[in-house]
Write a protein that binds this ligand. Structure first.
Ligand code: ADP
Ligand code: MG
Length: 368
């Protein structure tokens, strides 16, 4: 039998990094969330060759303080969480301190950052594969942070080939994710561009610094989309269930009692939905996430009113932060709702009522 021995440190780092950064979506998600956590009001996402060549995220947030340069890309170093208990009251997107360190291991990575008091002088930070700071230099730069991720997965040949093969689909998924961030983030201006090998840089979509999600949706999907939508404004009161799930007793978290759902959904009128469910965005406390069971309820209820189409859905579920767990997978895309079945039941009833009471006539136009 072969001897059992420890995996060498650098390989462990690569293996773990590959679980945090699994694809193009994870890169963009982590970087955009960092920019939002840094209080940015303007976020520019620039792709080259659909992201295959590079992904750049420039924000105008608070920047990184020089005393943090050494630790910023070290694994499990974060300015957002220090103990496990902080997770229950977490207000930021990030908390694991793994994204930047993982990107060091998986791409040609550097950061240019400046705080308000340092601009227009900025610092360029280059890192070792391990995330250790290798080199800093002074360059010109605006207030905020630019993160550059080149040649993603260049040192994992199998993943790189897979990325090359699936890049069109991946890029499509990334745009879906960016739509979600751009629509939910009020007062944040998003600009997304892509530059193909020989082409010019093309703006893919942009939002203004809008005070409402309605205006964001109009910027992203076109003002016409709004005429097909009704506001979602539901208060879901959960009936207590007999068998409390062990999860929340164990974590002494509260069970969900009340959930507020706000957003926008298509009228249940033929012609107002879409043939494909490609415009459905779900959030928990403004955090974009996949909620397949909840999506299913929206689609099923909608189908009882409009058989052939799927609704546009933009739905933000507001609930106590202790009623769910974001710490399920390293990429933080999975959210575990502690009392999901009760939520699904109540949602189904409320949605049915909403659609039943919705005006079935179609207005010609609506002000934004
Ligand atoms: P986390 O977001 O979980 O803290 P990251 O690896 O994504 O971990 O980032 C590490 C740290 O780097 C953050 O805690 C934050 O202090 C800093 N940071 C990352 N991106 C930015 C940014 N765009 N602007 C300012 N600070 C940033
Ligand atoms: Mg982060």
């Amino acid at each position: 039998m072969a001897t059992i021995k420890a995996i060498e440190g650098r390989s462990v780092h690569q293996i773990q990094s590959g679980q945090v950064i699994v694809d193009l979506c994870s890169v963009v998600k982590e970087l955009v969330e960092n920019s939002l956590d840094a209080g940015a009001t303007s976020i520019e996402v620039r792709f080259k060759n659909n992201g295959l060549e590079s992904i750049e995220v420039q924000d105008n947030g608070q920047g990184i303080a020089p005393e943090n340069f050494e630790t910023v890309a070290l694994k499990h170093h974060t300015s957002k969480l220090s103990t496990y208990d902080d997770l229950e009251t977490l207000q930021t997107f990030g908390f694991r301190g793994e994204a930047l360190s993982s990107l060091c291991a998986l791409s040609e990575f550097h950061v240019i950052t400046a705080r308000a008091q340092d601009a227009p002088k900025a610092s360029r930070l280059d890192f070792e594969v391990s995330g250790k700071l290798k080199h800093t230099s002074i360059v010109a730069g605006q207030k905020g942070t630019l993160v550059v991720v080149g040649n993603l997965f260049h040192n994992l040949p199998v993943r790189r080939r897979e990325l090359e093969k699936t890049i069109k689909r991946e890029y499509g998924k990334v745009l879906g994710l960016l739509h979600a961030y751009a629509c939910i983030s009020v007062n944040v201006k998003f600009t997304v561009s892509n530059q193909m090998a020989k082409g010019r840089k093309a703006i893919v979509f942009s939002t203004k610094s809008n005070p409402s999600t309605r205006e964001n949706i109009a910027n992203v999907f076109g003002a016409k989309t709004l005429t097909a939508l009704v506001p979602l404004n539901l208060t879901l009161e959960m009936q207590p269930t007999n068998r409390p799930s062990q999860k929340w007793t164990a974590r002494k978290g509260k069970r969900i009692e009340e959930v507020l759902v706000s957003g926008h959904v298509s009228r249940p009128v033929f012609g107002e939905g879409r043939q494909t469910p490609d415009r459905q965005m779900f959030f928990v406390n403004s955090r974009p996430c996949g909620l397949p069971q909840i999506a299913k309820v929206f689609n099923e209820v909608y189908k009882t009113f409009n058989v052939t189409q799927s609704p546009f859905v933009f739905a933000d579920f507001r609930m106590d932060t202790s009623a769910y767990d974001v710490n399920v997978s390293p990429d933080k895309r999975t959210i575990l709702l502690h009392d999901q079945n009760a939520l699904l039941e109540t949602l189904k009833e409320s949605l049915t009522q909403l659609f039943e009471s919705t005006d079935q006539t179609v207005p010609q136009s609506q002000p934004i």
